[in-house]
Structure formats: C-alpha cells, structure tokens
Design a protein around this ligand. Structure first.
Ligand code: UDX
Ligand code: UDX
Length: 458
C-alpha cells in the first residue's frame, strides 16, 4: 500500500478531473474518489467512452492511472478512514428554501460530509475544502467536526478550484496559480505545506500562494465575479453597439489591446452560463448584505441583471423576427452545453432562450453533440406539456433543420464551424441565422447565404 492516502468526496466535474491529474502527477499518492451516486461511480469505472464527464484529454489520463493509484468507489466510510487528506468536492447549490433562499449556498452536502468524516475517523486528518463555498465555510466544517469528534485533530484547508470546463486538464496541469488557505498556527502551517507538497510535484513554487483561510475563500468568489463582470461589461456594450452601429468585436479588440485591461474574457455572448458564475456572485451578494454592505451587494448584483437582460434581448430578437414571417414557426437551436467541449448544461444560456421561444409559440429543434436528451428535458422540466410539445431534440444537425425557418447557434462547438452553410441554408424555409457573439461564424460569404443575419450587436 502507498504511504500517502487521499480521499476525495464528490466525483463530479471538479472532483473527477482534479483527482485524475493529481494521480497522474503524484504516483506516490493513492487516491480514492468516492460518491454517494453509484451510477456515477459505475461510469467512472466503466468503458472509457462513457465516462460521466466529457472533458478533452481526461479519457487518456483515466486510462493511465485508473486502478493503479486512482480508484473510484461508493464505500465512502472506508476511504475516509484510511486517508490522511480528504478533499470535499461535493456540490453546493444555491438554497431553494429557508434563510438566504435564492442567494446563499446550500452547505448541507458539505456539512453532511463533515459529520461523516468526524464519525468514522480514527486518526487525525487534513480536510480540504475544494467545493466553492461562501466565506466562513471552513469554520462551519470545523464546528461540525468538533461537535461529532473530540478525539482526533482536524486541520481545515481552503484550496479553491480554478479549472474551467472544457479546458480542465490544461488548467490543472498548467494553472496560473494554486491557492492554499489555512490557519495561522503551527499546525495550520504544517497542513498548508502538506497540501502544497502535492502541487509541488508539478507546479513551480512561485505559483503556489499561501494565505489565511478567509482570503482564500474570498479570492475564489472574487475571481469568478471579476470574470463574470467582464462578460457583463462587454455584453452591456453589445446592446449599445446594436443602437449605434459600432461592432462589438472591434470594440473588444480595441479595448483589450490596452495591456492594463487585456484581451481575455471579452467575447460578447448571449450570456454566461455554468455552475459557478451565478452561484458565486449570489454568494458574494449575500455575504455583502449580511454585513450591511448594500451598495457593494447592488454593484455585484448588476452583473447578474445584465446577464439576464442579454439572454432576454437575444431571445426577443429571434421572436420578433420570426413572428413577422410566420405564426408558430420552427427554429433550429444548435448547442445546449453552456460552452463548447463539455457535456455540462448547468445555467446554460440555451435554457433561458429556448424557454422564451417555446413560451412565445415558436417550435424548437435542439441539437447538441454532447448533452444527453435526458439532461435537456430535465433542464426544462417545469414547462407545461403544451410548450414541451413544441420541442424536438434532434440527433443530428441535418435533422434539426427539417421544417426550420432559421438556425440559432448558441454554443460555440467547433463542429458548427464545419457546417456546409450553403446546403444548410437551402434546407431552411426562410434562411435566417442568429448567432451569439463568441465568434462562431465571421465569414461574410457565409452570412451572405442568409436573408437575415442577427448577432447580439446587430
Ligand atoms: C461542485 C460545485 O458545483 C462547485 O461549486 C464546487 O466548486 C465543486 O463541487 P461539480 O464537481 O461540478 O462542482 O459538481 P457535481 O458534478 O454536481 O459533483 C458533485 C458530486 O458530489 C456529485 O457526483 C454528487 O453525487 C456528489 N455528492 C454530493 C456526494 O458524493 N455526497 C454528497 O453528500 C453530496
Ligand atoms: C469558471 C472559471 O473560469 C473557473 O476559473 C472556475 O473555476 C469555474 O468557473 P467555467 O464556468 O467552467 O469556469 O467556464 P468559463 O470558461 O469561465 O466560461 C463561463 C461562461 O462564460 C461560459 O458560458 C462562456 O461561454 C462564457 N464566456 C466566457 C463568455 O460569454 N465570454 C467570454 O469572453 C468568456
């Protein structure tokens, strides 16, 4: 048995890829990823082509480390018992009831895991908070551990994840920084160093930042809020471009060339999605309100308001155009994932856009290369049967074009760039193209094949 034992609770988009890369880079560590969902664990242990998460490069890593020093299991208790270091990477959704409803993070999964760790542990352990959680979560974990176990010592470390889906493997192997927060005590520093030792196996020392726990927890919320704020800033300007004739890509390029601003994360879009941005901003807003910082709360809340405004603006463009051409037309929506190269659709802009289209009498044919049909239906399950009847989930791009008046490309999947638009536009009843601004199609020749081409700035 290897001397260093790690357990990770939560085999999701964060836990799975993160532990795979640690296993690859740290052959001296034995890692067990556990999850309460047996179906998920079965797929991690099953054929490489049906892993629960689609992430470029992940399959090869799993192939080289699975059942060598990386194991997937549902036996949570024994994995906890044998490990010295336990990562918690369970989901922390926005609360749907009780105090902080619709805003604060629901920490019940983290608390449940902490209670289990306290109850089954027979030795001292380092608990690593990997799930994005509000500032103060480490203290909550500590309180739970103390109330269920007074025999063992537990050090709580905050080590937020900065991976972006679709590029997770590169983000994990070449991160901009690794952040490790802990207590300012001798034991705290020893624990911080033990976690830093894992990353030191492949990451240069200068990229490993060590802070107090609160700074680490807040930095994660701040980073995601800053990134989302840039998107809302550029998206808000795309609305002004539409009125003035300025082109948002040209504005973004000119603004981004200022080295103080930088060019990344300035692509205007139909709105940001993903499981983190909205949730983290809501956490930040809740925290500010809790401390009576209402102006600060309002400042960040506006990032979300612009995101909703942008999605509505886009869907209304489609609705207004189609309705002048035909009653109850059909449109082909390409892309359901919240960005390319992932099968994740949490908070995807497609969900809100399609809900709006269906609610306005438009029939929708959806195609996505990776998101399963069951996930798409689950994402819009609250819609009435009469609206759902207007929806078809297509198994190919061609199938989605049948009877359609236009194409609306939302996710920037590479395969959508390969579409033969000449053929596709001929299949459409009334060739209309709606594109979000993530530069999917910028060729004038393609645009000329369509009667109307609409983007978020025109
Ligand atoms: C989640 C959070 O959404 C994110 O904010 C955080 O940074 C990391 O954890 P993700 O990995 O994308 O991100 O979530 P998800 O794919 O839902 O995976 C969480 C897993 O935890 C699920 O497989 C779930 O079954 C598991 N889980 C949850 C447990 O094993 N035990 C629990 O008590 C709760
Ligand atoms: C984000 C953070 O980037 C990552 O560091 C953190 O750990 C988790 O949250 P993720 O949500 O996976 O990662 O993807 P990201 O690449 O940040 O994209 C989020 C959304 O913003 C996507 O819908 C994307 O299409 C959109 N986006 C991104 C834009 O609309 N414009 C841009 O310029 C960049």
């Amino acid at each position: 048995m290897k001397s260093k034992q790690i357990c990770c609770i939560g085999a999701g988009y964060v836990g799975g890829p993160t532990m795979s890369v640690i296993a690859l880079k740290c052959p001296d560590y034995n890692i067990t990823v556990v999850d309460s969902n047996d179906e998920r664990i079965n797929s991690w242990n099953g054929p490489l082509d049906s892993l629960p998460i689609f992430e470029p490069g992940l399959k090869d890593i799993i192939n080289s480390v699975r059942n060598k020093n990386l194991f997937f299991s549902t036996d949570v208790e024994s994995a906890i018992r044998k490990s010295d270091i336990i990562f918690i990477a369970v989901n922390t959704p926005t609360k749907t009831s009780g105090e902080g409803k619709g805003m604060a993070a629901d920490l019940s999964n983290i608390k449940k895991c902490s209670e289990l760790i306290a109850k089954v542990s027979k030795t001292d352990k380092i608990i690593v908070e990997k799930s994005t959680a509000p500032v103060g979560t480490a203290q909550e974990i500590k309180n739970v551990l103390k109330s269920f176990n007074t025999k063992n010592k537990f050090e709580i470390i905050s080590n937020p994840e900065f991976l972006a889906e679709g590029t997770a493997i590169n983000d994990l192997t070449n991160p901009d920084r690794v952040l490790i927060g802990g207590e300012n005590t001798v034991e705290g520093e020893i624990a911080i160093n033990k976690i830093a030792d894992i990353y030191r196996e492949w990451i240069p020392e200068e990229k490993i930042i060590m802070t107090n726990t609160w700074s680490s927890e807040l930095s994660k919320l701040a980073s995601n809020s800053f990134l989302a704020q840039r998107i809302s800033s550029i998206n808000s300007l795309s609305a002004l471009c539409e009125k003035t004739g300025a082109k948002i890509d040209e504005v973004a390029e000119a603004v981004g060339m200022d080295s103080r601003i930088g060019s990344k994360f300035l692509k205007a879009s139909v709105g940001f999605g993903g499981s983190c941005f909205k949730k983290d901003i809501l956490n930040l807003v809740y925290l500010c309100k809790y401390f009576n910082l209402y102006e600060v709360a309002e400042y960040w809340e506006n990032v979300l308001k612009i995101n909703d405004f942008q999605k509505k603006r886009f869907s209304h463009k489609i609705i207004n155009t189609l309705k002048t051409i035909k009653d109850n037309p059909t449109i082909s929506v390409l892309g359901w994932a919240f960005k390319k190269d992932t099968n994740d659709s949490r908070e995807s802009a497609s969900i809100d856009v399609v809900k709006d289209l269906l609610s306005n009498g438009i029939n929708v044919n959806i195609y996505d290369p990776m998101v399963p049909k069951t996930t798409i239906l689950n994402d819009i399950k609250e819609l009435s049967d009469s609206k759902l009847k207007k929806l078809k989930i297509s198994s190919s791009i061609d199938d989605s074009l049948v009877g359609s008046y236009g194409i609306c490309i939302i996710t920037e999947w590479d395969q959508f760039k390969e579409i033969d638009f000449n053929k596709a536009s001929n299949k459409l009843v009334e060739p209309i193209l709606f594109i979000d601004g993530r530069n999917i199609i910028d060729s004038e020749q393609i645009k000329s094949l369509f009667k109307h081409v609409m983007s978020i700035d025109s």
